[in-house]
Design a protein around this ligand. Structure first.
Ligand code: DGL
Length: 276
């Protein structure tokens, strides 16, 4: 089973693409909606919440966990890998935890010609500099322009992202990035694909705006090809289409409504769970 974790609804944009590429596996999606958004929280809090979610998903039987949240990946992925995969006393050493920053960074380095790359994300993601660090690990010559866009997630969660107010805020955020003459823009937040058409229109045709969900899904496919031992564990119950389970720490009804609106996913039998 593949566990997909996000602070709330945003990871559904990743899950949707991963399920499209790999429909045959079983998935459990966990959204910590009761404590979302994570974007403005401290690193310590994000580590604590992500740790609870990762333990929960491993206990439920996930062989592979995708932390489908840029904020949680930026602030807590390394800590989770240390604690669960590299610690000799861990029960889960044979499992895997993937984040979402590395795949989009690799795609951006391949896509850029000018080596000038822009990143937009939550406050936590931008403050962590995770994108800049990962981009420079691959190519130290890249110039990275970053912009936190903290108002976009609340607008999107309210379903207000199509309103003129949201577009004018987006325009303000993108203005600072535009001055850096970038040719590639990364959407460093799970919610932003919902505004990708506006982002592309505002930033202009000369900038390649990468769709994170699609890139992450392709990287999971490649990852499983490179790790047959994990693929073998996942495919033990292989069918044409695997099972889908949805869990939330808040209202299942609200989750189902959002999954439909947000990602076009029909979530049924969604259950409420507690993380601690
Ligand atoms: N899922 C988060 C991310 O990708 C956005 C929502 C939040 O701030 O929790 O950064």
């Amino acid at each position: 089973m593949i566990g997909v974790f996000d602070s709330g609804f945003g990871g559904l944009t990743v899950l949707k693409e991963v399920m499209r590429e790999l429909p045959q596996y079983d998935y459990v999606y966990l959204g910590d909606n009761a404590r979302a958004p994570y974007g403005n929280r401290t690193k310590e809090t994000i580590i604590e919440y992500t740790d609870q979610a990762v333990r929960f998903l491993f206990e439920r039987g996930a062989r592979l966990i995708i932390i489908a949240c840029f904020t949680a990946t930026s602030q807590a992925l390394r800590e989770m890998q240390e604690k669960y995969l590299r610690n000799p006393n861990s029960k889960y050493k044979d499992r895997k935890i993937l984040g979402v920053v590395r795949p989009v960074v690799e795609a951006a380095v391949l896509a850029t010609h000018s080596k000038r790359i822009g990143v937009i994300g939550t406050k936590g993601t931008i403050a962590s500099k995770s994108f800049e660090i990962e981009l420079k690990k691959i190519d130290p010559k890249v110039c990275v322009a970053q912009q936190a866009c903290p108002l976009l997630v609340p607008f999107i969660e309210e379903g207000w992202h199509t309103k003129p107010e949201a577009k004018s805020i987006l325009k303000k955020y993108l203005r600072s990035i535009q001055t850096h003459n970038i040719d590639t823009l990364l959407l460093g937040c799970t919610h932003y694909p919902l505004m990708i058409a506006d982002i592309r229109r505002i930033i202009g045709k000369r900038v390649n705006v990468l769709h994170s969900g699609e890139i992450i899904a392709k990287s999971v496919v490649n990852y499983l090809k490179r790790h047959p031992e994990i693929e073998e564990q996942l495919s033990r119950s292989k069918k044409d289409e695997g099972s889908r389970e949805f869990l939330t720490t808040e209202s299942p009804e609200r989750f189902n409504e959002f999954a439909r609106k947000f990602a076009g996913i029909e979530a049924k039998n969604t259950a409420r769970v507690e993380l601690h």
